[in-house]
Design a protein around this ligand. Structure first.
Ligand code: 6PG
Length: 606
C-alpha cells in the first residue's frame, strides 16, 4: 500500500485515484477468496454427494408399462389374501402410493394369487396374467357380512350355482373401496343361501311388468308391488324408518318395501297418480264354473269374453284391467306406471318363510268369542300405539256373530277403527245377504264406531262390477296409500271364515281368481255359494296383512279343517292364506271343528 502511495505521489497520481485503486484491489481480492471458498466446498460436498436418481423412463414408456400392467390383470381371480398381505413401501419407480395404492386396491380385489403387483415389488413388465379360474364374485357387501373363514359356504346369488364368493374377511389394511361398502348386512343363513327363488307374477298392472320375487313380508326389505290402484305414484323413495318395532306382527317397513329377488333383475313399479291417458286394459278376470269347482284350469264365463273362442279349460285369463284411480282433486285420474331397477340387496332380507300357523282350539264357541275379542283388541292396541289407527277387514257368513265379544269390551277404541270387508255380496247394503248388514246388525249398530270409518261397497255401481271393484280399490288407496303402508294395503288384522269346500273370502276351489296376483279387489259372477255376484280381496292383499285369523266352529267344519291344516298339498283356498313374513296366521276353532285335525295346537295366549 505504501509503495502504491509513493509511486502515486512520485507519478503525480491524485489522492482519489489512489483510493479507488485500493478499493478495487480489495474487492477483487474478496471475490477471489469467495470463489476459492466455494470451489473448495463444492469439491468437498461432491465427494459426499448422494448418487443421482436413476434415469426415469419417458412418460409414454411409463404409460405403456401401466397399460401392460392393467392388461395383465384382466381377467383375474378374487384373492382376498391380497388384501391381508402387507403392501411393500412405496418406491419412486412405480408412481405415488396414493394413486397406485387405490388403483391396486381396486384391481387387487380381483388379482390372481399369482400376481403380486404391489407397489415397488415388481416391475410392471414382469407381471404375468393369471389363468381365469372362476367368474368374478359379487363383492361381499352385496351378500351381507362374510361368513367366517371356517365355513366354505358359497352363496348362490341367483339360479346359477356357479356364482360363488370366497368369504374371507377383509383386513384392516383392506382398501377403502371395500371397507366403505362393507355394510353390516345380515348374514346369509345356509338355508337362505340354498333357498330356490319363488317366482311371483307381478302385482302391479301385470300388462306392464314382471317380477320374480318372494312373497312380500311386513318386515321384508322388498316392496309388495301393488296392483295399479294402490301403488300411489311416487318413484322409489328412501324408506322412512318403520313405525313398528322389528319382529312384532305389526312391524312393517312403513313406506316402501322393495321386492328384490336376489341375483335377478327386478323392477319396482310405482304408479304415478297423474292425469294421463288411460292405458288400454283387458277386462277383469271373471267367474268360475260353478258346476265343477275342482276344475284344473281357469274357467271363463263366455258372456264376458264373447270374442274369445271356447277352447276349453286351459286358457290363460286375459290381463286384468288396470283400475282407474281418482286423484286428490276428485277428477278421474288414471295410473301410469314407472319402473326402476332395484339394486341387489342382501338375500337374507327377503328369504324369510311365512311363520307357521298358530292353531288355538277352544272348549266351546263362547270361550272362543271372548278370546277372539281380546285378540282383536290386542291387535288394535298395537296398531294404534304405533300409528294412531287400526285397519281391519271382516268376512261374512258366520263370522260377524263371533265378534259380539267386542261389544262393551273395555279395550276397544272404536274411533280408531277403519273397517273394510274381505268380500261382499253385490246387493244393496240393507239386503239380507249383505255382509255389511250382518256386521252392522251384530256389532256396529251397537257400538260407537264412526260410520264413515266403515268402508262399504258403493251401491251406485251394483250393476257394473268393474267399477265396483275400482271404487273399492280406490277406497283402499285412500286409506292405505298415503299413510303407513304407502304402497300397499297392510291390514293390521283380517278375519276370515272358511266354507265347507275350503273357500275363504269369495275365493273358491278351482277358481282362476286364486291366481289373481295383480288386483287387490276382484269380482266373481257365479259364486258356488249364493248370492252369485261378489267382490273379494285377493291373496296379495290377504297375505300382506300383519295378522290374519280364521274363525271356524262346529262339526260341519271338521273334514275341511283337516284338509286345510293337515293336507295343504290339496291347495284348498284357505290353505293358500299364508301371510308373508313376519305376518302371522291364527286359527280360532272350537273342539267340534278341530276333532279330526292333527296339526299341533297352541294354548291361546295374547
Ligand atoms: O261372504 C261370505 O260368504 C263370507 O265372507 C265367506 O267367505 C265365509 O266366510 C265363508 O263362506 C264361511 O262362511 P260360514 O262361516 O258361514 O261357513
Amino acid at each position: 500500500m505504501l509503495g502504491l502511495q509513493r509511486r502515486a505521489s512520485a507519478g503525480g497520481l491524485s489522492q482519489q485515484t489512489l483510493i479507488i485503486a485500493i478499493v478495487c484491489a480489495a474487492v477483487g481480492g474478496l471475490v477471489l477468496l469467495a470463489i476459492l471458498f466455494r470451489t473448495i466446498r463444492s469439491c468437498r460436498s461432491r465427494r459426499n454427494a448422494a448418487p443421482l436418481p436413476p434415469i426415469q423412463p419417458l412418460a409414454h414408456q411409463r404409460e405403456h408399462q401401466l397399460a401392460q400392467f392393467e392388461a395383465s390383470l384382466q381377467p383375474h381371480r378374487y384373492d382376498p389374501s391380497f388384501l391381508a398381505a402387507p403392501h411393500p413401501p412405496y418406491s419412486p419407480q412405480l408412481g405415488s402410493p396414493s394413486a397406485r395404492g387405490s388403483k391396486t386396491s381396486l384391481l387387487g380385489s380381483y388379482s390372481s394369487p399369482h400376481t403380486s403387483y404391489r407397489e415397488g415389488s415388481e416391475e410392471l413388465s414382469n407381471l404375468t396374467p393369471p389363468e381365469p379360474e372362476s367368474p368374478l364374485p359379487v363383492p361381499h357387501s352385496f351378500l351381507g357380512a362374510p361368513t367366517p373363514p371356517s365355513s366354505s359356504s358359497s352363496t348362490h346369488l341367483d339360479d346359477n350355482p356357479t356364482t360363488s364368493y370366497t368369504n374371507t374377511p377383509t383386513t384392516s389394511s383392506a382398501p377403502s373401496s371395500f371397507s366403505k361398502h362393507s355394510k353390516s348386512l345380515p348374514k346369509l343363513s345356509r338355508d337362505d343361501q340354498s333357498r330356490p327363488h319363488h317366482h311371483r307374477p307381478l302385482s302391479v298392472a301385470s300388462s306392464l311388468s314382471r317380477i320374480s320375487s318372494l312373497p312380500h313380508g311386513p318386515h321384508s326389505q322388498v316392496q309388495a308391488i301393488m296392483p295399479a290402484p294402490l301403488a300411489p305414484g311416487i318413484p322409489p323413495t328412501p324408506s322412512r324408518q318403520s313405525l313398528y318395532e322389528p319382529g312384532t306382527p305389526g312391524d312393517r317397513m312403513s313406506v316402501v318395501d322393495r321386492w328384490v329377488s336376489t341375483g335377478q333383475e327386478s323392477t319396482i313399479y310405482s304408479p304415478v297418480l297423474q292425469e294421463s291417458a288411460r292405458p288400454p286394459r283387458a277386462p277383469r278376470r271373471v267367474s268360475s264354473n260353478p258346476q265343477n269347482t275342482m276344475t284344473t284350469g281357469p274357467q271363463f264365463n263366455h258372456r264376458q269374453y264373447p270374442s274369445m273362442p271356447d277352447v276349453g279349460l286351459q286358457r290363460t285369463p286375459p290381463v286384468p284391467r288396470m283400475p282407474s284411480v281418482y286423484g286428490q282433486g276428485g277428477g278421474k285420474t288414471h295410473l301410469t306406471l314407472l319402473s326402476a331397477p332395484l339394486p341387489i340387496m342382501a338375500a337374507s332380507a327377503v328369504h324369510q318363510p311365512p311363520n307357521p300357523s298358530i292353531l288355538n282350539v277352544f272348549e266351546d264357541s263362547s270361550i272362543l268369542v271372548r278370546s277372539l275379542a281380546d285378540f282383536v283388541v290386542k291387535a288394535q292396541k298395537e296398531a294404534v300405539d304405533k300409528k294412531g289407527r287400526f285397519t281391519i277387514a271382516l268376512s261374512g257368513g258366520s263370522l260377524p256373530k263371533t265378534l259380539n265379544g267386542l261389544i262393551g269390551h273395555q279395550g276397544v277404541k272404536w274411533d280408531k277403527w277403519h273397517v273394510f270387508y274381505v268380500d261382499e255380496r253385490v246387493v244393496p247394503l240393507d239386503h239380507p245377504d249383505s255382509n255389511h248388514k250382518s256386521c252392522n246388525d251384530v256389532l256396529f249398530s251397537k257400538v260407537s264406531i264412526p260410520p264413515s270409518q266403515i268402508h262399504t261397497i258403493s251401491i251406485e255401481f251394483l250393476d257394473d262390477l268393474e267399477e265396483l271393484c275400482d271404487n273399492y280399490e280406490e277406497q283402499l288407496i285412500k286409506e292405505f296409500a298415503q299413510k303407513d303402508s304407502a304402497r300397499f294395503p297392510v291390514f293390521d288384522l283380517i278375519l276370515l271364515g272358511m266354507g265347507p269346500d275350503g273357500h275363504t273370502a269369495s275365493l273358491f276351489p278351482g277358481h282362476e281368481l286364486l291366481q289373481e296376483a295383480d288386483r287387490w279387489v276382484a269380482y266373481i259372477e257365479d259364486s258356488p255359494k249364493p248370492p252369485p255376484k261378489r267382490i273379494t280381496l285377493t291373496y296379495p292383499v290377504i297375505n300382506h296383512a300383519s295378522r290374519v285369523a280364521f274363525v271356524a266352529t262346529g262339526e260341519g267344519k271338521q273334514d275341511i279343517l283337516k284338509g286345510v291344516l293337515d293336507q295343504p298339498e290339496l291347495g284348498l283356498p284357505a290353505s293358500k292364506v299364508k301371510p308373508s313374513y313376519p305376518g302371522q296366521l291364527y286359527w280360532f276353532v272350537d273342539n267340534a271343528a278341530a276333532a279330526k285335525v292333527d296339526y299341533p295346537r297352541t294354548p291361546f295366549k295374547l
